[in-house]
Design a protein around this ligand. Structure first.
Ligand code: PGU
Length: 419
């Protein structure tokens, strides 16, 4: 018989979001919705899943991609490395003049060999582990998107850390006290550091000064930063960097993962990208870019060509305007949720440059608060503890929802008022 991968046994409960879905189903079974009483309908502000239709120009790009497959001239098959035009557009739109001007891209703009098209950020966060192998040290912001920790545990990440989270993983608390930015003195040497900005779940977007500190610390300590910029298009404060590659020195220490999911509503379409700069090297001087080319060529057959056609439309002038419009819509939801919570005297952050609001319930267990909100308001949220030990006593509210549902959820939150 074959032995189970021992790292699977190290994983604690199920993955966070299916667990929330399970609790929702359990609650719904015990408290069936009554169509005659709309207040019994469950509203989800839980998983960060987009809800609004794909906007027309981007939608036309998807349709066109499908149409072309039905023609001799337009047909295409495998495109392992992704559509060259899409890679060029990504390099130009996201890593163009502003990155070159910062000095991060010494050779000017990024080359398309540094842009890898993926079927989403989550998939690449998992696959990137193959670059490093078991025994690598992994550090995360605490709280953080659970895939960084669970993925690292599965890959056999190891260090001497013990505590409330997973053994072997270094948690760097991001709390109100430190402005949701970790103490980089505590960043271990020679580790992979997962850093997400704008942050899931706290909504904190790192300033340029903070990212300069991050790059400086990573280079000093021999770390590689896996920078997750999945929510970059939600940044509205023009002083905040949208990519790590705006920071000088970042090409020597960072990989960026990104996605069309949240800006273009592609959560179900599946399209993202990863940037692996050519300057990035292992301890032995080998190139991560060459290895990533080898790995993706071997175990990934590329993103759907229909999705890539949609992605190309999303990066045209009209498409980018639609992205802005869609993010503005969800940010409008976020403002409503934040205002509703603040009216109740609940302290919260986020929601201004991110679609998540991070609300504090001092002294409370976050799974208990999750259950209370579900019972009293029939609103699904995400308990902060699911994102790491420092998430205890917090609840994440997602701004992804139809406007009438968000408005209704905000009205129902009144029931949390402590009289
Ligand atoms: N990176 C971050 C920081 C995310 O929050 C999410 C989705 C992704 C990547 C995934 O991007 P894809 O390009 O769509 O793969 N986070 C959502 C959905 C839950 C999940 O498991 O991915 C969330 O609610 O946190």
């Amino acid at each position: 018989m074959i032995h189970r991968n021992p790292n699977l046994a190290r994983l604690k409960a199920g993955y966070l979001f299916p667990e929330i879905a399970r609790r929702r189903r359990e609650f719904a079974a015990a408290h069936p919705e009554d169509p005659a009483r709309p207040e019994t309908r469950i509203i989800s502000l839980g998983v960060g899943n987009t809800t609004e239709p794909v906007l027309p120009h981007i939608g036309a790009g998807l349709t066109e991609g499908a149409r072309k497959l039905g023609t001799v001239e337009g047909y295409s098959g495998y495109q392992d490395e992704g559509l060259a035009k899409l890679r060029e557009q990504i390099a130009a739109v996201f890593y163009g003049a502003h990155c070159a001007a910062s000095g991060a891209a010494s050779s000017g703009a990024f080359s398309i060999e540094e842009i890898f098209i993926s079927d989403g950020a989550k998939c690449d966060i998992g696959r990137l582990q193959l670059l490093f192998g078991a025994g690598t040290k992994a550090a995360v912001q605490d709280p953080s998107y659970p895939v960084y920790v669970d993925g690292s545990v599965l890959a056999g990440a190891a260090g001497d850390w013990t505590g409330a989270g997973y053994e072997g993983i270094c948690y760097l608390p991001c709390t109100a006290e430190n402005g949701y930015f970790p103490d980089l003195e505590k960043l271990p040497e020679n580790a992979l550091f997962y850093f997400c900005s704008p942050n899931n779940p706290t909504g904190a977007a790192a300033s340029r000064e903070q990212l300069i500190q991050l790059v400086t610390a990573a280079r000093k300590k021999g770390c590689i930063v896996i920078f997750d910029a999945a929510y970059a298009e939600y940044i509205r404060d023009p002083s905040l960097p949208k990519t790590i590659f705006e920071i000088p020195g970042s090409r020597e220490c960072a990989i960026e993962v990104n996605s069309f999911s949240k800006p273009a509503g592609f959560t179900g379409v599946r399209l993202g990208w990863t940037v692996v700069p050519k300057e990035l090297k292992y301890a032995g001087g080998e190139s991560l870019n060459a290895d990533w080319t080898r790995i993706t060529g071997t175990i990934f057959n590329g993103a759907s060509n229909i999705a890539q056609s949609g992605g190309l439309a999303a990066l045209s002038e009209t498409g980018l305007a639609e992205i802005h419009q869609l993010c503005d819509f969800y940010l409008g939801n976020a403002a409503l949720i934040r205002t509703a919570l603040q009216k109740l005297g609940i302290t919260c952050v986020g929601g201004d440059n991110s679609p998540y609001i991070w609300a504090c319930f001092p002294g409370r267990d976050s799974w208990e608060v999750f259950a209370e909100i579900l019972e009293k308001c029939r609103v699904v949220t995400t308990p902060g503890a699911g994102f790491g030990p420092a998430g205890q006593s917090f609840i994440r509210f997602s701004a992804f929802g139809h406007r009438p549902d968000v408005e209704e959820a905000c009205r129902r939150l009144e029931k949390l008022r402590i009289s």
